[in-house]
Write a protein that binds this ligand. Structure first.
Ligand code: BMA
Length: 329
């Protein structure tokens, strides 16, 4: 098994699987890597995206403020673990003034595509939809049109064109806390007009895989492997104490990524640790980014913990693809 797209990343954050650990994904021993005090006014830093940048890393971070507004901030790191996050939110340029105004911004993903960094996020435009912008320096962000009508969340771009088209996964939603949600794929010739919407996969009714019974949504940009696109996603169950967010993985067809080869029946990561179970929204693990090293197949997953802090977890392409196939629904 191997990673196809992407580059070698020998300095990526990494810890070997702890002795005796048999989980598909294991946590960084220094978690959480970013606490509440990520920048000057932050109440919480979570559900954030990072990519290799220059001789280190850059990211777009969700920092909810101490007045509890949701916005996006650029951040930089030498090692992918210790981050300096801007105090001022990212400034978008170039947009049609009508969509340049926003009510809130949160849960960014970043995809390296055509030599640029494309950021997609949940953009408040008369309700949540998918905002898109590109940057080359993480200082100036050029905003494109919103991809969809409200209401939608979790827009995630693929890292290359497929069959000549840009492709994006997303999760149509409502204007609130959305008690439903399936993953769809949309195509675009130009990153402006989106269509040809295809159903990818949805919730699992009954008792078979109940952690993903209420809603599912795409996480980090899909990872291209010789066995298919590896998608890390979140799955939600409704309990008497509210939603619980866990993490699963799926393998999608390389040429027709709405076709599912396998998806996990068992979750691969779930709120077990105290910083995942306790916070502003308890019991949430929410993945938004993954670094990969093409040479070793290592994967580092960045995930929000209890809507409060940011965690880091590790796996390898062999571990996760094998697990996805062997624990498939
Ligand atoms: C979802 C999103 C996420 C959040 C999650 C749990 O609807 O808003 O940002 O992590 O709820 O609160």
């Amino acid at each position: 098994m191997q990673i196809i797209s992407g580059t070698a990343l020998p300095n990526m954050p990494w810890e070997d699987r702890p002795a005796g650990n048999t989980e598909p994904v294991w946590r960084f021993s220094g978690n959480p890597i970013i606490g509440r005090n990520g920048n000057k006014r932050s109440n919480s830093v979570f559900n954030s995206a990072v990519v290799p940048f220059g001789d280190g890393y850059a990211g777009v971070f969700r920092c909810d403020s101490r007045s509890i507004s949701m916005d996006l901030f650029a951040g930089f790191s030498k090692d992918g673990i210790h981050w300096t996050i801007d105090d001022e939110p990212i400034h978008l340029v170039g947009a049609d003034p009508e969509i340049g105004r926003y009510e809130y911004r949160y849960d960014a993903r970043i995809t390296c595509l055509d030599g640029k960094y494309y950021v997609s996020w949940c953009n408040g435009y008369h309700g949540p939809t998918i905002g898109i912008a590109w940057t080359e320096d993480f200082k100036t962000f050029h905003q494109l049109e919103n991809a969809f009508l409200p209401f939608n969340r979790n827009g995630v771009l693929f890292p290359r064109k497929i069959q000549g088209k840009y492709m994006m996964l997303s999760r149509p939603s409502d204007n609130g806390h959305t008690p439903f949600g399936d993953i769809f794929l949309s195509e675009s010739p130009d990153l402006d007009f989106w269509g040809h919407h295809r159903y990818v996969f949805g919730t699992v009714p009954g008792n078979d895989s109940a952690w993903q019974a209420t809603k599912v949504g795409p996480g980090p940009a899909p990872i291209e492997t010789d066995e298919g696109w590896l998608l890390i996603y979140h799955g939600v169950i409704t309990t008497c104490n509210g939603f619980v967010y866990r993490v699963g993985s799926a393998l999608l067809d390389l040429d027709q990524p709405w076709k599912v080869i396998a998806r996990t029946k068992d979750y691969i990561l779930a709120p077990w640790e105290i910083y995942e179970c306790v916070g502003d929204v308890p019991n949430v693990t929410f993945p938004c980014a993954a670094l990969t090293d093409k040479d070793t197949g290592r994967i580092a997953i960045y995930y929000g913990c209890a809507d409060t802090v940011t965690g880091l977890a590790f796996t390898t392409i062999n571990d996760l693809v094998t697990y996805t196939r062997e624990h498939a629904l």
